[in-house]
Design a protein around this ligand. Structure first.
Ligand code: TXA
Ligand code: MG
Length: 340
C-alpha cells in the first residue's frame, strides 16, 4: 500500500488514496510512477492521466480488479471498458487487427483513437472488459505519463474515465480526487489533459466501420484513411443491432433461457449460486461463496458462458441483493433473462 509521499513539489497525501506528481529526487523510495505500476500489478485501482481525460486504471487480466472499477464508479450496469497498452504490438496478443486497424494504428497511435476489434480466442483480458461482447476496445494513449505507466506495469490496463457514473469526465487530478477520493489507491498527477474530450471510438468489427463515439480524432481524418464510415445513428436506422455504448441489449445472451431469483433448480437446469446454496444442492456454478458482489461481478460473464451448454435446459440463478455491484449484476441478469 502506498505510504505518504512528500518528496515531489506537488505530491499530496489524501485520505484513502493519494495524489502524486513525478519527482526525480526520491532515490530511497519508489517513484510515484513505480508505485502506481506496483499497485496496478497488485490488483489495485490507479487513476492516471491520458491526453484525453483521466482514466481509472486496473489490471485488465484480473477479473476482481476490473470488477472493482465498476464498484468505484458506481456504474448501474456493465459498460464495456477500453484496454490500454503502450504500443500496438502488445495489443496484438488480445485482439485481431485487420488491414484497416493496422493503418489507423500506424497513423493515429499513440493518440485519442479507440478501436473495437474482435477478441482473440486466447485473449487473457477479463471478459468483464468486454461486458459479454466478443469484441474488445483497445487504445494506445499519447500522454508521456500514461506511456511510462503502461510500460512499467507491463500488463493491459482497463481504464474508463475516472468519474463517478453519470458525471463528466475528469481532466485534472483534482477532478479525480473530487470524484473518487477514498475509492482509488493512487492518483497519478500529469497536469491538465491536453485534448480534454474522450477518444473517438470506432467499431472495426463491422464493414463499413461504425463511429460509436465522436472524440479526439475527427471522423474526416479516419475516412481519409479507410473510406466512408457510418455513424451509430445511421447504422441503427438501418435496423442493425449494434454493440454500441448504451446498447447493451445486444450483449452476449446465453442460448439457454435464464431464470432469475431461483430458490432451487428445476430438472435439467444448471444452478448458479450466489452465497450458500440451499441444503442438498450442489451448484453448477458459484458467483461468490461469501456473497461478495465484487467477486460475483468478476465471475458473472465467465459463469454464464460456462453454463450455456447444450446438456442444460436452462440456467437458474439464485437471487443477488440489489445493493452495490448487485445492481449492475441484476441489470445484466435481467437482460440475459429477457424474452428474445
Ligand atoms: O479517452 C478515453 O477513451 C478515456 C481514456 C481514459 O482512455 N476512456 C474512456 O472510457 O472514455 P469510458 O469507459 O468512459 O468510455 C468508453 C466507451 C464507452 O462508451 C463504451 O461503451 C465503449 O467505449 N466501448 C468500450 N468497449 C466497447 C466494445 N467492446 N464495443 C463497443 N463499445 C465499447
Ligand atoms: Mg466515461
Amino acid at each position: 500500500m502506498a505510504g505518504p509521499h512528500e518528496s515531489g513539489c506537488c505530491a499530496q497525501a489524501a485520505p484513502g488514496g493519494m495524489v502524486a506528481a513525478m519527482s526525480e529526487d526520491a532515490p530511497d523510495t519508489l517513484s510515484p510512477l513505480q508505485e502506481a505500476a506496483a499497485l496496478l500489478r497488485a490488483g489495485r485501482l490507479v487513476a492516471f492521466p491520458t491526453e484525453t481525460v483521466y482514466g481509472l486504471g486496473a489490471d485488465a487480466t484480473s477479473d476482481v480488479a476490473v470488477a472493482a472499477i465498476f464498484e468505484a464508479k458506481g456504474r448501474p450496469r456493465f459498460n464495456p471498458l477500453i484496454v490500454h497498452m503502450a504500443n500496438a504490438d502488445s495489443l496484438e496478443r488480445f485482439v485481431t487487427f485487420d488491414a484497416r486497424a493496422r493503418r489507423l494504428a500506424q497513423l493515429f497511435w499513440p493518440g485519442p483513437l479507440t478501436l473495437v476489434l474482435p477478441r482473440r480466442a486466447d485473449c487473457r483480458v477479463s471478459l468483464l472488459c468486454s461486458a459479454g461482447l466478443d469484441s474488445l476496445a483497445v487504445r494506445v494513449p499519447r500522454h508521456p505519463l500514461a506511456q511510462a505507466l503502461l510500460a512499467a506495469t507491463a500488463r493491459p490496463v482497463a481504464g474508463p474515465s475516472a468519474n463517478r457514473s453519470g458525471r463528466v469526465s475528469p481532466t485534472t487530478a483534482e477532478h479525480v480526487r473530487a470524484e473518487l477520493e477514498g475509492r482509488v489507491s493512487y492518483i497519478l498527477d500529469g497536469g491538465p489533459c491536453r485534448v480534454g474530450v474522450e477518444s473517438t471510438v470506432l467499431d472495426l468489427t463491422r464493414e463499413p466501420a461504425v463511429l460509436l463515439r465522436p472524440g479526439g480524432v475527427a471522423r474526416e481524418a479516419i475516412e481519409a484513411v479507410i473510406g466512408p464510415i457510418e455513424t451509430l445513428s445511421a447504422a441503427a436506422d438501418s435496423g442493425e443491432a449494434l454493440p454500441g455504448p448504451g446498447m447493451l441489449a445486444s450483449h452476449y445472451a446465453p442460448d439457454r433461457p435464464v431464470r432469475l431469483n431461483a430458490a432451487t433448480p428445476r430438472p435439467g437446469e444448471a444452478f448458479l449460486a450466489f452465497g450458500k446454496p440451499p441444503p442438498g444442492i450442489v451448484p453448477d456454478g458459484q458467483l461468490s461463496e461469501s456473497g461478495d458482489a465484487v467477486e460475483a461481478a468478476s465471475r458473472l460473464f465467465a459463469a454464464l458462458r460456462l453454463l450455456d451448454r447444450a446438456d442444460f435446459a436452462g440456467i437458474a440463478v439464485m437471487p443477488v441483493p440489489e445493493t452495490g455491484l448487485g445492481v449492475a449484476i441484476n441489470d445484466r441478469l435481467r437482460r440475459a433473462a429477457a424474452p428474445r
